[in-house]
Design a protein around this ligand. Sequence first.
Ligand SMILES: Nc1ccn([C@H]2C[C@H](O)[C@@H](COP(=O)(O)OP(=O)(O)OP(=O)(O)O)O2)c(=O)n1
Length: 155
Amino acid sequence: MKGEEGGMEEENSVTINDLMKRMAEFARERDWDQFHSPRNLLLALVGEVGELSEIFQWKGEVPRGLPDWNKDEKEHLGEELSDVLLYLVRLSDICGVDLGKAALRKLELNARKYPVQQCKASSKKYTNYNNAKLQGESLNIGNENGNEDAITELP
Ligand SMILES: Nc1ccn([C@H]2C[C@H](O)[C@@H](COP(=O)(O)OP(=O)(O)OP(=O)(O)O)O2)c(=O)n1
């Protein structure tokens, strides 16, 4: 079924866990676990982000849904998006991070950092809001290490 934003919403859709298992199997079968270290996977991920960027390079802004792209171009895009996703999933797994859980938690943090009434129709960063500093402090967002680890209220 086509989603409102042009995305796909299918029953029995692929889960992050499915992809994680498939990548683990792919590596194990090839005796590639030895190469799938955090640093190697991160570099591979960045490389694939570069390949993805290349697809859009010099094209200028393109309309949502890419109506002018042909089948081959869209297929190529799907491949590069998949490479990024697969390396991201694998990197998370190898680092012992539950990516699905982490992403849900981050969505919750984002929602609290960007209250609808303050940011509706504005793309400004949260630091531009009047009480942004207070919000950051109460959430412990951006601690001295520049990360958000200190947030304790969320699972
Ligand atoms: N050591 C590796 C090498 C590849 N892959 C998997 C994950 C990616 O989905 C894909 C990447 O393969 P390539 O390095 O051949 O890159 P591309 O598919 O982008 O090919 P090309 O660089 O020719 O565009 O294969 C992997 O898991 N571990």
